[in-house]
Ligand binder design. Structure first.
Ligand code: PLP
Length: 391
């Protein structure tokens, strides 16, 4: 039998494969155990117990009390619930970093909120944050780590500023990209609201959680059966919640080893590509210092190419990657994250995000190192100026 052709899945920030243990944990709840956890019979009580056990695990991993965990349909819903939920209750001004995920950015913008600048590494400008805070601010949202470039934000300093300058405001952090890599209980200790999403740490898609610390003002967005202590009505996704807790427990227990192993793979990949691709720039990395960034993220800007075309060529060699540019009304726009970091527009068009995760193998890194530089060279040769020949 011939060996499998080389392939590399390098889009873990988009979604990471399910951990087998999480998959196994969810199957019985999909196949054999139909009960609604709000029901009154024994099978329903079993389902409720499974949800409560999962709530305890999530609380432990996130540094919260079980009653502070609200299960949601994922990171987007958790972010929307945090921003709109506090604003619906208190009104006032919402403040967020300019590099937030759209699930925070768009709610904030729709409420006329304030965006705070970041520096060229993508780190929030604390002076600009201080200038944006006053007594009228009711919610501040700063992500734990960025999904495109992997910048980790100084949440403890943000929490101190908010406590001093907008003391009645709640602090939300989108920790969707963080859980595999950072101890969320520790980094988000000063936040009142914390969003996570299972498919970013080895659980299934379509399930997540929002920590709502006791005393945080929050209006429900979904009303109905009053589940999740009236904060999020809707029958709980029992299988998803059980699998999410299994994945969160594993991610947490293996975090140190994952960060060391995958961090070394990411460094080898980034260093190799920077050496092999003329003009390549590692986005947001100043003086080669990758501390302060998620261990699994490698983000490059490659002058002289367009990301979409590169992704197309990479697909031909079985590499799954991402560009992090969005196509609005037919016109390619560079990502708002790169724009906020001051990456020049032409460089941002050649952005490439390679994100590694818990299942990344050395063979995948080898394949990427062998296949990406020639793909870039090929594209650049197409793009070389054509000398016009007179008829
Ligand atoms: N926040 C961040 C930082 C993300 O990276 C994502 C997913 O890409 C989300 C929120 C949305 O999460 P979900 O896909 O679970 O809705």
């Amino acid at each position: 039998m011939s060996p499998d052709p080389p392939a590399a899945y390098l889009d873990h920030s988009g979604s990471t494969p399910m951990r087998p243990e999480a998959f196994d944990a969810m199957v019985p709840w999909l196949r054999d155990r139909p009960a609604n956890p709000s029901g009154a019979h024994r099978l329903a009580r079993d389902a409720r117990r499974a949800v409560d056990d999962a709530r305890e695990v999530m609380a432990e991993v996130l540094g919260a009390r079980p009653g502070e965990i609200v299960f949601t349909s994922g990171g987007t819903e958790a972010d929307n619930l945090a921003v709109f939920g506090v604003h619906d209750r208190r009104g006032g001004v919402v403040v967020c970093a300019a590099t937030e995920h759209h699930a925070v950015l768009e709610p904030t913008e729709s409420l006329g909120g304030r965006l705070v600048a970041v520096d060229r590494r993508g780190v929030i400008d604390l002076e600009a944050l201080a200038a944006a805070l006053d007594d009228g601010v009711t919610l501040v949202s700063v992500m734990a780590a960025n999904n495109e470039v992997g910048t980790i934000q100084p949440l403890a300093a943000v929490a101190d500023l908010v406590a001093g300058l907008a003391p009645t405001a709640s602090l939300h952090t989108d920790a969707v990209q963080a859980l595999t890599w950072l101890d969320v209980a520790e980094v988000a200790a000063g936040a009142d609201l914390v969003s996570v999403s299972a498919h970013k740490f080895g659980g299934p898609k379509g399930v997540g959680a929002l920590v709502v610390r006791d005393g945080t003002p929050l209006a429900a967005r979904q009303r109905g059966g009053g589940q999740e202590r009236e904060r999020r009505s809707g029958t709980q996704n029992v299988a998803g919640i059980v699998a999410m807790a299994t994945a969160a427990g594993l991610a947490s227990a293996t975090r140190a080893a994952t960060v060391a192993r995958v961090g070394a793979q990411r460094d080898r990949l980034a260093d190799g590509l920077l050496a092999a691709i003329p003009g390549a720039v590692e986005t947001g990395v100043v003086d080669g210092d990758r501390s302060g960034r998620l261990a699994g993220t490698c983000h490059l800007c490659l002058p002289g190419i367009e990301s979409e075309a590169l992704l197309f060529l990479l697909e031909e060699v079985a590499i799954s990657a991402s560009a992090a540019a969005s196509c609005a009304s037919g016109a390619m726009e560079p990502s708002h994250v790169l724009a906020a970091m001051g990456v020049p527009r032409d460089l941002a068009f050649g952005s490439l995000r390679l994100s590694l995760g818990w299942s990344t193998t050395d063979a995948e890194v080898d394949h990427a190192l062998a296949a990406i530089p020639p793909a870039v060279a090929r594209l650049r040769s197409f793009a070389a100026p054509v000398v016009a020949v007179s008829p």
